[in-house]
Design a protein around this ligand. Structure first.
Ligand SMILES: [Fe+2]
Length: 221
């Protein structure tokens, strides 16, 4: 569904329905916390809060964006190291159980798909932009590589090199082409962090090409 067609279904998610979605997602995150050291409730609630803020700023449907944020990473409950699409079935069942109608639920599923870092582009809808900015900000936070990156490695069973390749591979073009953040306010506030984060991961890639560094990492692993 395009941003221009959202008027017909906007504001159709009542607060108690969002709360019902939140309750389910939080319960799942807490039950499976050991499998979600990176994408657990701390991540979901951060993205929800920031996505609502960015949605209010860009004039998109705050309730829809907030709900999309709550269910955006349920794919990690379905399959380790998976794409958003892997969570579509669980996402739609959570939304249905909370009383979100099928039209809005499929809209939310499409927003989540469109906001995915791996494939997002300059012209995604406003709702996807708000979700993307919140999720991207989490990646770009200066604290993320320091206190959370090792959790991503453990959660998804990937090596440091694989994570560095993923981050640089997915983020360099949006950064260099000017749509790392869609919100001008987010870009103004956080682009310095984004650039520093990307530079750090590029340096990590370079360092891993040094066999002595590789021996060091093998020794501490
Ligand atoms: Fe996320």
């Amino acid at each position: 569904m395009s941003a221009s067609s959202t008027a017909s279904v906007s504001d159709t998610i009542a607060r108690p329905t969002i709360t019902a979605v939140e309750r389910q997602v939080r319960a799942l995150c807490e039950r499976h916390a050991a499998r979600l050291p990176f994408h657990g409730w701390h991540h979901v609630s951060f993205v929800r809060d920031k996505a609502a803020e960015f949605a209010a700023g860009n004039g998109s449907d705050v309730a829809v964006v907030e709900t999309a944020a709550l269910v955006h990473d349920v794919n990690y409950l379905v399959r380790r190291n998976s794409t958003a699409a892997a969570g579509s079935g669980l996402r739609l069942s959570i939304l249905a159980a909370a009383g979100v109608g099928p039209e809005v639920a499929h809209w939310i599923d499409a927003i989540v798909d469109e906001a995915e870092m791996r494939t997002r582009h300059r012209d995604i809808t406003l709702e996807s932009q708000a979700l993307s900015d919140a999720d991207t900000l989490f990646k770009a936070l200066p604290v993320t590589p320091v206190v959370l990156a090792h959790r991503y490695l453990a959660e998804n069973g990937v090596s440091l090199r694989e994570l560095a390749d993923k981050i640089v591979g997915e983020q360099r073009d949006p950064h260099d082409e000017g749509f790392y953040f869609y919100s001008p306010a987010a870009a103004a506030a956080y682009s310095r962090w984004a650039t520093a984060n990307l530079t750090l991961w590029q340096c990590i890639q370079e360092s891993l090409d040094d066999p002595t560094v590789e021996r060091l990492l093998t020794a501490v692993a």
